[in-house]
Design a protein. Structure first.
Length: 272
């Protein structure tokens, strides 16, 4: 049998023990795309479908130890970041990404959980702006996150979304995917801006409360595409299709006692 090395992606994020978001959602997503997933855990959370009851931040030196142990051994083709939590974590991760500058990085600027619990301390936002975002190939903020990063009201129209996507580029990232899932209307519109062109992704809005982990899943799916050598626009298109199918498949799924259950990552396995 001929030996082979599958594409490898690294997720740098927090752990969700209930399995719907964070590291666990990323692993499921990478597996669905045929990607070998390595992980660096930045925080342990005590959470479920009801909410977050506790967060334990991993010490920055141990985050660095995890990261260096992975990249010194594995040929990582893409990286995504999720929950980072505090200033020290943001700064150490940004520094570590500088050591692998040739690897594409998808930054999901996680600030608040689907349940409404805060996952990024307010004082860390400045570090995200000026230390982390310049390391990003692509950032994937939702409307509230973009507004917080820009100190602006949330965008409510496609024109305002385009303007905010352009404004986010000033932080030094190579591209922005501004997600419109928190908006209103029959369709969900996301705007991809690469510094020159606005590309619109439009999908019918799925009415469901099972949205826990949507942002983690999307950013991981994009990183999966980049790990396979796809361009950003193609990786985003494929990731959007995957998340839309996961949301559709999970409409009637019942996991846990909370209002917001997870999306259905396993639809891809069942279909295969």
């Amino acid at each position: 049998m001929t030996a082979y090395t599958p594409p490898i992606a690294l997720t740098v994020a927090g752990s969700d023990p209930s399995g719907g978001a964070g590291i666990q959602a990323d692993i499921k997503t990478f597996a669905a795309f045929g990607i070998y997933c390595a992980s660096v855990i930045t925080a342990l959370t005590a959470q479920n479908t009801v909410g977050v009851s506790g967060v334990f931040a991993i010490p920055p030196d141990f985050i660095a130890a995890q990261f260096r142990s992975v990249v010194s051994d594995l040929s990582v083709s893409a990286i995504k970041t999720g929950m980072l939590g505090d200033v020290a974590t943001v700064e150490v991760v940004a520094s570590l990404l500088g050591d692998v500058a040739a690897v594409p990085v998808v930054v999901d600027p996680v600030m608040v959980a689907t349940s409404g619990d805060v996952l990024l301390r307010p004082e860390a936002i400045e570090a995200v702006r000026h230390s982390l975002l310049p390391r990003a190939t692509l950032i994937t903020p939702n409307l509230p996150e973009a507004a917080r990063l820009l100190d602006s009201p949330e965008a409510t129209t496609d024109i305002e979304m385009r303007t905010q996507a352009e404004a986010l580029m000033r932080f030094g990232c190579r591209a922005v995917l501004l997600k419109g899932g928190h908006g209103e209307g029959a369709d969900v519109v996301d705007i991809l801006f690469d510094g020159q062109t606005h590309l619109e992704f439009r999908r019918p809005r799925i009415v469901t409360s099972n949205t826990h982990g949507t942002g983690c899943t999307l950013s991981a799916a994009i990183a999966a595409g980049l790990a396979k050598g796809k361009t950003i626009d193609v990786a985003v298109a494929d990731a959007k299709a995957f998340v839309w199918k996961a949301l559709s498949a999970g409409v009637d799924m019942h996991i846990g006692k909370g209002r917001n259950g997870p999306v259905d990552h396993n639809f891809a396995l069942r279909n295969s």
